[in-house]
Design a protein around this ligand. Structure first.
Ligand SMILES: Cc1ncc(COP(=O)(O)O)c(C=O)c1O
Length: 392
C-alpha cells in the first residue's frame, strides 16, 4: 500500500500533546515541531488488528500471546541477527518506566550512574528522582557531530566508582548511531568495573541509509549478561500512546531483580499496546520503508533550507531519528531569549536544548516527522524571524 505522508491531520481535536500548543507554549499560533511523535498515520495492519479486537466487546486483563513473543524474537533476529530467548523478554509500559526500574533494580541509593549529556531529559530524573548520583560524561561536539570523551568516561568508572551507565543508542539528541568500536569501548569500561549498561534503543529502527544499529547485548555473551536492552515499537511505528515496550534481560538474576521492581511499580500490559506492537513488528515494514524515505527527504530539505537561508543556525545531520539538533549560538541570544525568539517571533514550538543538559545551551531540537507543508511553513517562519532580527 502506498501511504500519503503529505496529508495533514487535525491532531488538536484528537488531544495530541504535541499539538496542545497553548498549554505548552502559551499561545495558539505556534506550529509544533517538538516532542518525538510523528504527524503521520500508522501502518494499515496496525489499524486492522485493533479493529478486529474491537469486535470482541470485553476488555479485561490480558495474557501475552506466544505469537507476541515470536514477533519480537523474529524481528530482532531478522533486523540484527540477534538471537533472543523468550524467557529474556519482559513487557513494560514504556521505555522510561523500564529505565527507572532498571536503575532501582541494579543500583543502590547514592550510587553513581553515568549519562552522556546532552541527552533525553528523563534520563536525568531517572537518576536523581531515584536518589542516585549523577555522573555526567559530556559528549564532545566535533564540528556538527557528537563524539565520546572516552578518557572522561573511563575515569567515571575506574576512579569515580560509577555502578551503571544509561546508554542512549542511537543518541537523542543529535541522532548518532554508535559504532561497534564505540559500543565495545563503552561496554568493556562499564563491565570491567563491575557495572551494568541500561541501553535505551527506542530509536534503533529509525536509522538513515548508510548506518546500522547494533543492539548492545548482541555484541558478546559478556555484554548480554551485563546489560538491559529497552526496545519498543513506539517511535518506529508512531504508536507511543499505547505505552508498550519490551525490555530484554538475558541474565536470569538481573531479570529476577528487574521483575521485582517492575512488579512493585507497574501494572499488567495493555491489550491494545500488545496488539498494535505485534501487528507493527510483523507487518509494518512496508510502511516503515516509506516513512523513512519521507523523513530522510524532510531532513535533507530542512538542512539545505537552513544552510542556504539561515546560516546563523547550524544543523547536526542525524544518522538516526527524525530529530535535528540545531546549533543556534550564531543568533547570539542567551537561552531564555532563544526560547522566546522561537515561540514569540518565529512562532515555532521546538524543544529547548538546555532541558537535555547544560551542554544543550544555545541549541534547540527540531522534529521533522511531519508533512512537508508544515515543515516548509515552520522553516519560512524561522527565516522571516531571523531576517527581521538582522534588520534591527
Ligand atoms: C531516548 C528516548 N527514550 C525514551 C523515550 C520515551 O519512551 P516511552 O514513552 O516509552 O517511555 C523517548 C521519547 O522521546 C526517547 O527519545
Amino acid at each position: 500500500m502506498k501511504y500519503d505522508f503529505d496529508k495533514v491531520y487535525d491532531r488538536k481535536s484528537a488531544l495530541s500533546s504535541k499539538w496542545s500548543v497553548e498549554e505548552i507554549f502559551g499561545r495558539d499560533d505556534v506550529l509544533p515541531l517538538w516532542v518525538a511523535d510523528m504527524d503521520f498515520r500508522v501502518p494499515e495492519p496496525v489499524l486492522s488488528a485493533i479493529r478486529e479486537r474491537l469486535d470482541h466487546p470485553i476488555f479485561g486483563y490480558t495474557m501475552v500471546s506466544p505469537s507476541f513473543y515470536d514477533s519480537v524474537i523474529q524481528r530482532l533476529d531478522s533486523k540484527y541477527g540477534w538471537k533472543v530467548d523468550k524467557e529474556w523478554i519482559v513487557i513494560t509500559p514504556g521505555v522510561m518506566p523500564a529505565v527507572n526500574a532498571a536503575v532501582l533494580a541494579f543500583t543502590g541509593p547514592g550510587d553513581k550512574v553515568v549519562l552522556q549529556s546532552p541527552v533525553y531529559p528523563p534520563f536525568w530524573t531517572a537518576i536523581t528522582h531515584n536518589k542516585r548520583e549523577l555522573a555526567v560524561n559530556p559528549l564532545k561536539l566535533s564540528d556538527t557531530r557528537f563524539e565520546i570523551d572516552f578518557e572522561d568516561f573511563k575515569a567515571k568508572f575506574d576512579e569515580g566508582g560509577a555502578r551503571a551507565f544509561i546508554l542512549c543508542s542511537p543518541h537523542n539528541p543529535g541522532g548518532r548511531v554508535w559504532t561497534r568500536d564505540e559500543l565495545i569501548t563503552m561496554g568493556e569500561t562499564v563491565i570491567g568495573a563491575g557495572g551494568v549498561v541500561i541501553s535505551d534503543e527506542i530509536h534503533c529502527e529509525l536509522v538513515m541509509k548508510g548506518h546500522s544499529h547494533i543492539p548492545f547485548a548482541s555484541i558478546s555473551e559478556e555484554f548480554a549478561m551485563n546489560s538491559v536492552i529497552c526496545f519498543a515499537p513506539s517511535k518506529t511505528f508512531n504508536i507511543p500512546g499505547f505505552h508498550t515496550s519490551v525490555t530484554i534481560i538475558p541474565n536470569e538474576t538481573r531479570r529476577r531483580r528487574f521483575n521485582e521492581a517492575r512488579g512493585r511499580l507497574m501494572g499488567a500490559p495493555g491489550i491494545f499496546g500488545l496488539i498494535a506492537a505485534e501487528a507493527a513488528f510483523r507487518y509494518g515494514d512496508d510502511w516503515l520503508e516509506q516513512v523513512l524515505e519521507y523523513i530522510e527527504g524532510n531532513i535533507n530539505y530542512a538542512i539545505d533550507f537552513l544552510n542556504n537561508n539561515v546560516p546563523e543556525i547550524r544543523s547536526m545531520r542525524p544518522e538516526a531519528t527524525y530529530l535535528i539538533w540545531l546549533d543556534c549560538r550564531g543568533l547570539g541570544l542567551d537561552q531564555d531569549a532563544l526560547r522566546r525568539f522561537f515561540i514569540e517571533e518565529a512562532r515555532v514550538g521546538l524543544n529547548d536544548g538546555v532541558t537535555f543538559g547544560p551542554e544543550g545551551t544555545g541549541f534547540m531540537r527540531l522534529n521533522v516527522a511531519c508533512p512537508r507543508s508544515i515543515l516548509e511553513e515552520a522553516l519560512v517562519r524561522i527565516e522571516n524571524a531571523v531576517k527581521a532580527r538582522r534588520g534591527r
